[in-house]
Design a protein around this ligand. Sequence first.
Ligand SMILES: [Zn+2]
Length: 98
Amino acid sequence: MNFCEGCNMACGGDRCPKCGRKKLRAVTEDDFCLVGQVDRIFGDNLKFNLENENIECVLMPFGTGVNSKFALPLESYLVYVRYRNLDYVRRILNDDNA
Ligand SMILES: [Zn+2]
C-alpha cells in the first residue's frame, strides 16, 4: 500500500486517486490517512467512541467557509486515523453513515 503525503491518502496503485501525484511512498502503520467525510455530530460521536478504544482520530473541520455566514453549525469533518486503524474505522463509517 502506498501513501500520498499531499492528501494523507492511502492507495493501492502507484498514483494518488485524489491529486494524481505519482511520487508516493510506502505507507507506515503510523501514517494518518483520510477515512472520509462525516457530519459534525457523527464526527464528535465517532471521536468519542474511538478514543474509548484507544484509537487516535483527527477531525478536520470542512466546509466552514460556505456555511459560516449562516451562523449554523452545519460544517462537516474530514476524518483521519492511523493506517493501522484505517480498515476498522472505514467499516464503522460504511455501516453507520452510508
Ligand atoms: Zn494525493
